[in-house]
Design a binder for this molecule. Structure first.
Ligand code: BES
Ligand code: MN
Ligand code: ZN
Length: 495
C-alpha cells in the first residue's frame, strides 16, 4: 500500500478552474466632478465633516458635490479613516454592493493634500490591496459561485505617473502571491498531496522560467542525501514525499546576497501514532499544516513577477503527510538526520520539526547567508500569542530587526520570543542525541531550539511559528499570512 501513487481524485473532487476576476486600477488626474462611474468614495478627515449653521459642508469640494446632489451628500455622509489599512475596508464594503466601478479620491483641501508623495503611494497600495483581497473568494470547491462585479478602481488625487504605476504593479504582484498561498492552504488534503504541491512549484518555475529553476527530489534521492528525519515522517503515507527546491536568480547582474526560505509542508497532519484526538485538537483543519510552504511558494510567485536584483533565493519544502500505517514511524524510533544527528521520536505529532531538520541542513548546503523558515509548528504558540500573531525566534538580533521591519511594511504581526538555552535540558534523550519534544512547558521555544541543531553556526537563521495566523477561524479560510512580509524582506535584501 505505502507509496503507490494515489491520484488526487480521492473523493472524486476536482477544483473548478475559475478565471480570476481582473480589477483594473488607474490613477487619474481629472476633476472629481467629471468622473463617471457607479460609486465615488471620498476620503475625508474629521475636519472635512464639519458643517455650518445651515447644516452645509464648510469644505469647498464637499459643498460643491453636495449642491450637485441636491443635499444628498450631507444627509448620508459618514466618516471613514482614509489612510493606511483602513482604506481597505472602505473598498471592501463598496465592492460588496455589486458595483462595477469605484473611484477613490482625496479632496483638494482634504486629506491627500497633506500626504507626502510616499504616503500617497502607500494609500493607493492599501486601497488596491483591499480591492483585490477583499473581493477575493475561493469558490473552487463550490458547485456554484457568484461573479465579482467590481471591474475598475480609479484613483483621483493620489498623483499619477510611473512611480504610482510601479507601486500598483508591485501591490498586484504581492496579492497574486497571497491568493496562491490561500488557495494552497484551502485545498483539501485529498486534493493537495505532496505531489500536487510539487507540481504547483514546478508551475511557478515554468511560468517565470527566466528567473527560476526547479528540482523535485523523490524518496530515493532523499535517501541518498540521508534525510532520515524527514523520511521517517513520510513513512506511513500512501502519498509519497516530494522534496521541493526552487532557485531564483535575478534576470541580470551579479548576486550579492543568498537567501533561503524554508516552509513546513505537511499536506496533512494526523499526529501519526500519537494521533490527534479530542475536542480542540483541530485534526479536521490539519490541511493547513502546509501553511509555511504556501507562504514560501506564494512569495516565490510574487518574486517571479517582481524580479528583484542582486539576490539569489532558494525556496525549500520537504513536503509529506503525517499518517498512520504499518510502515509508519513509532514512538520510540530513532531517526538519523542528514547532518548525522540522531533523534529519539518521543512524540510522532511533533513531526514538523523532523521534516524541517533535513530541509534546514539542505538549505545550509546551498551556501546561503540567511535562512527564514516558516511553520505551523506548535499549538503552544497559539496559546502564547493568540490567533493573529506569529512568534519569531532567532539568535541573530540583526536578522530579527530585518524581518520585523519587513513585517511592519507589510502590515503583518510578529513577536520575537526568547530562545532560552536552559530549556534544552528537557530535550535530552537517554539513547540518542536528542528527543523531538520536551513536554508542555515552553513548547514553542523547545521546538525552536530543536531546529537550531540543524543550522550551521555561520548562517543567520530565523524561525517563524505561524500556527495561529495561518487560518482565519471566523471566515473559515486561509489568510495567506507571511507572504507580504517575505516579499518585503527579500526586496530589502536586493540591490
Ligand atoms: N501542526 C501541529 C501544530 C499545530 C497545532 C498547529 C494546532 C496549529 C494548530 C504540530 O505538528 C503539532 O502537532 N505540534 C504539537 C507538538 C507537541 C506534540 C510537542 C503540538 O503543538 O501539540
Ligand atoms: Mn503534529
Ligand atoms: Zn504539524
Amino acid at each position: 500500500m505505502a507509496h503507490t501513487i494515489t491520484k488526487a481524485t480521492l473523493g472524486l473532487t476536482h477544483p473548478v478552474e475559475i478565471e480570476s476576476p481582473k480589477i483594473s486600477f488607474a490613477a487619474k488626474d481629472i476633476n472629481l466632478m467629471e468622473w463617471k462611474g457607479d460609486i465615488l468614495a471620498i476620503g475625508v478627515t474629521e475636519k472635512d465633516m464639519i458643517k455650518d449653521e445651515n447644516s452645509k459642508f464648510q469644505n469647498a469640494v464637499l459643498k460643491m458635490l453636495d449642491s450637485q446632489l441636491n443635499g444628498l451628500l450631507s444627509e448620508v455622509s459618514t466618516e471613514e479613516d482614509f489612510t493606511g489599512r483602513a482604506g481597505q475596508s472602505t473598498v471592501l464594503r463598496l465592492s460588496g454592493l455589486g458595483t462595477k466601478r469605484v473611484s477613490l479620491v482625496g479632496l483638494g483641501k482634504g486629506p491627500t493634500e497633506g500626504l507626502t508623495p510616499e504616503l500617497k503611494l502607500t494609500t493607493a497600495s492599501a486601497i488596491a490591496t483591499g480591492a483585490l483581497l477583499g473581493t477575493y473568494e475561493d469558490n473552487r470547491f463550490k458547485s456554484e459561485s457568484k461573479k465579482l462585479a467590481l471591474k475598475s478602481v480609479d484613483f483621483l488625487g493620489l498623483g499619477t505617473g510611473p512611480e504610482l504605476e510601479k507601486k500598483l504593479k508591485y501591490t498586484e504582484d504581492i496579492c497574486a502571491g497571497v491568493i496562491l498561498g490561500k488557495e494552497l492552504v484551502n485545498a483539501p488534503p485529498n486534493v493537495l498531496t505532496p505531489e500536487v504541491l510539487a507540481n504547483e512549484a514546478k508551475k511557478i518555475a515554468s511560468t517565470y522560467s527566466d528567473v527560476f529553476t526547479a528540482s523535485i527530489l523523490d524518496t530515493e534521492q532523499c535517501k541518498e542525501l540521508k534525510m532520515g528525519s524527514y523520511l521517517g515522517v513520510a513513512a506511513a503515507s500512501a502519498n509519497p514525499p516530494k522534496f521541493i527546491h526552487l532557485c531564483y536568480k535575478p534576470p541580470s547582474g551579479s548576486v550579492k546576497t543568498k537567501l533561503a526560505l524554508v516552509g513546513k509542508g505537511l499536506t496533512f497532519d494526523s499526529g501519526g501514532y500519537n494521533i490527534k484526538t479530542g475536542p480542540g485538537c483541530l485534526i479536521e483543519l490539519m490541511k493547513f499544516d502546509m501553511g509555511g510552504s504556501a507562504a514560501v511558494l506564494g512569495a516565490a510567485k510574487a518574486l517571479g513577477q517582481i524580479k528583484p536584483a542582486g539576490v539569489e533565493v532558494h525556496f525549500i519544502v520537504a513536503a509529506c503527510e503525517n499518517m498512520i500505517s504499518g510502515t509508519g514511524m513509532r514512538p520510540g524510533d530513532i531517526l538519523t538526520a542528514s547532518n548525522g544527528k540522531t533523534i529519539e521520536v518521543n512524540n510522532t505529532d511533533a513531526e514538523g520539526r523532523l521534516t524541517l531538520a533535513d530541509a534546514l541542513v539542505y538549505a545550509c548546503n546551498q551556501g546561503v547567508d540567511k535562512i527564514v523558515d516558516l511553520a505551523t509548528l506548535t499549538g503552544a504558540c497559539i496559546v502564547a500569542l493568540g490567533p493573529s500573531i506569529a512568534g519569531i525566534f532567532t539568535p541573530s538580533d540583526d536578522l530579527a530587526k530585518e524581518v520585523v521591519a519587513a513585517s511592519e511594511v507589510a502590515g503583518e504581526k510578529l513577536w520575537r520570543l526568547p530562545m532560552e538555552e536552559s530549556y534544552w535540558e528537557s530535550m535530552k534523550s537517554g539513547v540518542a542525541d536528542m528527543v523531538n519534544t520536551g513536554g508542555r512547558q515552553g513548547g514553542s521555544i523547545t521546538a525552536a531550539l530543536f531546529l537550531k541543531q540543524f543550522v550551521d553556526e555561520n548562517v543567520q537563521w530565523l524561525h517563524i511559528d505561524m500556527a495561529g495566523p495561518v487560518w482565519n477561524d471566523k471566515k473559515k479560510t486561509a489568510t495567506g499570512f507571511a507572504i507580504p512580509t517575505l516579499v518585503e524582506w527579500v526586496v530589502a535584501n536586493s540591490s
